[in-house]
Design a protein around this ligand. Structure first.
Ligand code: ZN
Length: 115
C-alpha cells in the first residue's frame, strides 16, 4: 500500500510503500529526516522531523541481556532497537538513541566487551 508522508519540518511530501513490519522508520529529507512509527496494525503514526540521523556505530556491540525488564513504555520501540542490535538497521534517530541509553542504564541491554 502506498502512503503519503508529509515532512512536519519543510512540508515536503514523500510517497512511499508502507512498511509491512511495525517499527520506526526514517526517510531522508534534505538535511534532516522524517521519522515515523508504523504500529502493529500497519498504521503510520507519530510523524516527526529529526536532524540528520546519526549512524549508530557501536550499537551492534550491545546485546539484549534481560528481556523481561524491558519497560512497557518502550515496547513500541523494541522492533527498531532489535533491528539495530542485529545490524539489520544502521540508522537511529535521537529518540531511539536515548531509549537505548536508558535500556543500558536499567540493565536490559549490555555492552559486549571485545578484546
Ligand atoms: Zn523535510
Amino acid at each position: 500500500m502506498i502512503v503519503k508522508i508529509r515532512c512536519p519540518k519543510c512540508g515536503a511530501d514523500h510517497v512511499i510503500e508502507r512498511p509491512k513490519r511495525s517499527g520506526l522508520y526514517s526517510i531522508p529529507c534534505g538535511g534532516h529526516s522524517v521519522i515515523f512509527y508504523v504500529d502493529p496494525d500497519g498504521m503510520v503514526r507519530e510523524i516527526y522531523a529529526a536532524t540528520e540521523a546519526p549512524r549508530v556505530d557501536g550499537v551492534s556491540r550491545l546485546r539484549l541481556v534481560n528481556e523481561k525488564a524491558w519497560p512497557d513504555s518502550l515496547r513500541p520501540l523494541k522492533p527498531a532497537i532489535l533491528a539495530l542490535l542485529e545490524g539489520r538497521e544502521t540508522h537511529a534517530d535521537p529518540l531511539l538513541l536515548e531509549a537505548i541509553k536508558f535500556l543500558v542504564k536499567i540493565g536490559v541491554l549490555e555492552e559486549v566487551k571485545e578484546e
